[in-house]
Each structure stands twice: as structure tokens, then as C-alpha cells.
Design a protein around this ligand. Sequence first.
Ligand SMILES: Cc1cc2nc3c(=O)[nH]c(=O)nc-3n(C[C@H](O)[C@H](O)[C@H](O)COP(=O)(O)OP(=O)(O)OC[C@H]3O[C@@H](n4cnc5c(N)ncnc54)[C@H](O)[C@@H]3O)c2cc1C
Length: 380
Amino acid sequence: MRVSTGRANQSDNRMFTVVVEAFGVRRQRQAERRFTVPFGQLQGLMQSIAQTGGRISAVLADDGASPAPAPKANAAPSKPAAVSHANVPVNLYKPKDPFVGTVTDNYSLLAEGAIGRVNHITFDLSGGDPQLHYVEGQSIGIIPDGTDANGKPNKLRLYSIASTRHGDNLEGNTVSLCVRQLEYEKDGETIHGVCSTFLCDIEPGAKVKITGPVGKEMLLPEDEEANVIMLATGTGIAPMRTYLRRMFEPSEREKNGWHFRGKAWLLMGVPTTPNLLYDDDFNRYVSEFPENFRYTKAISREQQNANGGRMYIQDRVSENAEEIFSWIENPKTHVYMCGLRGMEPGIDEAMTAAATAKGLNWAELRPQLKKADRWHVETY
Ligand SMILES: Cc1cc2nc3c(=O)[nH]c(=O)nc-3n(C[C@H](O)[C@H](O)[C@H](O)COP(=O)(O)OP(=O)(O)OC[C@H]3O[C@@H](n4cnc5c(N)ncnc54)[C@H](O)[C@@H]3O)c2cc1C
């Protein structure tokens, strides 16, 4: 997609032209269509185009003329990666020979009136050789008991780790997960996911096959002065909870000796207030570390966006675009995104519109941030 950034420093009365590739029957390409709107309507227009299956080929500032060459985004650093991958444990336990952990805790994270089921589940990892250990931002595999439709043993499913390396009990011998029970309708029947149901139903004392840890995409920078923007929907909060505990939970801070002095900003999307996860802890961090932690909620079925529609996380990104981009211009800033895969296009559109308004080209900037190890995405 081309994004014209021609007039970067004008007010938000600027007009933008969105160029859409139009398709006819059998996806035959037809003449392109152009829509010109003021900046305030740009995000809504891009969303409607995406919802109706249109493909945006360019966003042009001002009068829709040929786009000016995009300036080099100044937000991406030339510095090498700021996240250390050294000493990160990977695949200590593989599916053929998994570690067998013991469930110590399993409780609902939802308040009365919430939609669905989301549980916090903790496993004791003691006694392994090697000891199953991990760092913040990694995932583990769970092999549910039982067999699949073909009579073969169930395969593993991955889950983001929701505890710091020290575990919720700070003893370094447990791992916790945040699991949503998958539920959907098919042919008039309610289907429940195999592993997520196995985990949500499991009782303390039960033995569970665990593999991993895996993943180096979501590691935190070691820099105590880093800034961290977190974009999470639903159980995508799991890695963010580990980061925030590492940064702000007093007992964890004492244990880890990592004196975070940067800024952290969590933007969290859920359908209803009772679906907010770990909300009390995050509110406590806001009151104890007001200079360092900011917490912005998008509650889609209760709050309205600027266009009167449901408030999704991408709407919060749009609302705060100016500030998000001024954070990103600082080379110490990392962005983490986690949750259902469906969140990605909305965030991408919001970032495209926000970058355009700042005179930046998101299509160029994002790969630069990724290369600099400052843009971290884990969606599923
Ligand atoms: C890196 C990573 C991290 C993850 N972290 C977490 C986490 O922290 N918490 C969490 O809860 N999950 C997480 N997941 C997802 C998790 O791995 C499982 O995919 C999820 O729990 C569902 O597994 P299941 O065995 O319950 O479902 P399954 O029984 O395996 O069913 C899944 C299948 O159901 C079908 N299906 C799903 N939805 C629909 C639908 N609406 N209509 C029709 N068919 C449908 C699809 O074929 C899909 O493959 C993560 C995934 C990855 C890759």
C-alpha cells in the first residue's frame, strides 16, 4: 500500500483520499475507486472498506494526487536489537518425552455476568531433570489426555505463559496459564475445544503433560529504561501480565532485582467489564506507579467509539495515535501485540491512519521496527 505523507504538519482538517482496488465477478480487477474524507473519518472509512472486503491500495494526503515519496520514517532506530536472546531456554521437554506437572490451582478470572470461561491455572514444575524453567514472553505446550477423532493421542496446544520466571509463588517452581475455553456453534451444535476444556475443567492434583518452553518473539528488553506499549485482547493479556508483574509487583521486583524505570502502557480489549482479566492488579499498579504505568481499556459492548460504533482496541489506538507515535519515535520503545489473530488488521489500519497523520509511512516503518526487534506480535 502506498501512503502519501506529503503534508505532515498540518492540522487534522486535512483531507485524505483512500484508493480502493475494486473487483467484479470472479475477482476480476475493475477500475479503482477513491474516497476523500477528513482525517477524523479516515479510520472509520478504512474499517468499512476492510469489512466489505475491499483492498486499500493507497492513502493519499491532501487532494489525492500522486503520492509524494514517503519520507524515511525517523521512528526506527539504527541500533541493534535491544532484546537479549541469550540464555533463553527452548524445548527442554519435547512432545515425545514431556514433563509431567501437577495442577496446584485452577480458578476463574471472570466476574459475574462475563461472557464465556477464562481460567488461571497453575502447575507445579518441581522435580524435573532438567528443571523446566522459562522467561517472560515464552509459551509452553500442553498435551491433553485422551485421543483425537482418529484414535491417536491428542496433540499439544501452545499457551502463553502468564507468570514470571519466578512463578506466582515466587519460588521458581511453577508456571501459570490464562486459558479461555473455546466454544463455537456448528450445525446447531455447541462445540467445546479439546485442550481448553481439558484445562478449564482440571482439578488440583491432576497430572498434566507439558512441553517447551518455546518462543523468542515476545521477550522483554533487558533495559530498565525501556518503554513498553502492550496491545492485548482477551487471553492475549497472558504475556502482558508477566511483563507487568516483573515491572510493578513489589515482591516480584524484590526477587528479580530488575528496577524498571521506563514507561509501560497497556491497551486492553474485552467485550464486557466482567471480562477484564487481572484488572485489580493493573489498577493497583496504576495507583502505585502513576508515572510509569498507564492502563487504557476498550470494552466493546459497553463503550462507543468516535463514530458511535463499538469500542475496539484499534479505536483506542486511533484516539491515542499522536502519543503512541511519539513513544515509538523513542528508540527505547517496544510494542507487543497478543490475542486472537483477528485483531491484527484493525491495529494495522489504525497504525496506518495514525502514521499518515504524523507524516510517517506505516508500511515502511513496521518492518523497520520489526527488524530492530521493537515490534513483537503473537496472535493465534
Ligand atoms: C503461541 C500461542 C499462544 C497461545 N496462547 C493462548 C493463551 O494464552 N490462552 C488461550 O486460551 N489460548 C492460547 N492459544 C490458543 C491455544 O493453543 C488453542 O488453540 C486453544 O486453546 C484451542 O484449543 P482447543 O484444543 O481447545 O481447541 P480444538 O479442539 O483444537 O479446536 C480448535 C479448532 O476448532 C475449529 N474452530 C475454532 N473456532 C471455530 C469457529 N468459530 N467455527 C468453526 N470452527 C472453529 C478450528 O478448526 C480450530 O482449529 C495460543 C496459541 C498459540 C499458537
